[in-house]
Design a protein around this ligand. Structure first.
Ligand SMILES: Cc1ncc(COP(=O)(O)O)c(C=O)c1O
Length: 287
């Protein structure tokens, strides 16, 4: 049995209960973050918390627990659950209120919950094979830069991909790829240029995306941050996605068209290795 965290208490998972009147439940009035854990240590915790504060600010939520308090809770969760490798999930909602479209008063207590999931993060059979994606219209709202729990369309997109024998979906708005269902999208052109969409309200500013952009700059890769089409992606020699739990994941097929040789490309494989080495070493992990 896992230990979960609900509003100041560490409880056995069966006892972790949130009210049916919680606005996270009735209105998706709620934000979240997912932090990967390797060798019992969190990866890139600070930027995840900075993004959480930003998400809450953009939604006009009252200030929640500070980064230090949240760090202490995360560390306690890792300790209590003896989490070696996996993730810590954090969700903060605008709290309990009789169902109402009007936002509650600023002093309404926020709901804060955490749980852990043990799972391999670094070793990935999927990364060896690469993933297949389909393209779908991006039907999400226009504030995808805020990490809210309005994830229904992402789930439907993933389900549509599975039903077509693929792994994930790239979302397209006005003919241009915004991002993956729960990840950022990259392509590599024939002449070695790496392209990922520039940040705006249409996509999540991925923590992994930022790290990859920095790594590419410091390693002399040519990178362009701009929107691209599915046609450009299909003509690319490599493609990949990034996220906190998938790191750098090669994409080998888009809408049935093989990318490059239809297997993880050299660049994506090397970048995944570089990202893992750099991230683990910055977290003080030796493997
Ligand atoms: C829509 C979306 N884009 C991008 C990402 C990748 O962000 P990060 O690298 O911070 O995990 C996520 C992660 O959940 C996401 O949900």
């Amino acid at each position: 049995m896992r230990t979960v965290y609900v509003n100041g208490k560490f409880l056995s998972e069966g006892g972790g209960v949130v009210s049916i009147f919680d606005r996270g439940f009735t209105m998706s009035d709620s934000v979240y973050e997912v932090t990967s854990v390797v060798a019992g240590k969190m990866l890139d915790f600070d930027p995840h918390m900075a993004r959480l504060q930003r998400s809450m600010g953009e939604l006009g939520m009252p200030k929640g627990p500070g980064a230090d308090a949240l760090k202490a809770i995360h560390l306690k969760m890792i300790e209590l659950n003896k989490l070696d490798e996996g993730l810590v999930y954090l969700q903060i909602t605008r709290g309990v209120q009789d169902r109402n479209f009007e936002l509650p008063a600023a002093d309404n207590a926020l709901t804060v919950v955490l749980f852990t999931q043990a799972r391999p993060v670094v070793e990935s059979a999927q990364a060896e094979r690469g993933i297949k994606v389909i393209s779908l219209p991006d039907l999400r709202w226009h504030r995808s830069d805020i990490k809210t729990t309005q994830l229904l369309y992402a789930c439907l997109a993933k389900d549509a991909a599975k039903k077509r024998g693929c792994d994930d979906a790239w979302l397209v708005r006005d003919g241009l790829v915004t991002e993956g269902s729960a990840n950022n999208a990259f392509i590599v052109t024939r002449d070695g240029l790496v392209i990922t969409r520039d940040l705006s309200t249409e996509l999540l500013p991925g923590i992994t995306r930022k790290r990859i952009v920095e790594l590419e700059a410091s390693h002399g890769y040519r990178l362009e941050q701009r929107a691209f089409t599915i046609a450009e992606a299909k003509a690319a020699v490599e493609a990949f996605i990034t996220s906190a739990t998938q790191f750098v994941m090669p994409v080998v097929e888009i809408d049935g068209a093989a990318i490059g040789e239809g297997k993880p490309g050299k660049f994506s494989v090397a970048l995944r290795k570089l990202y893992i080495e750099d991230t683990l070493s910055r977290a003080g992990i030796r493997r």
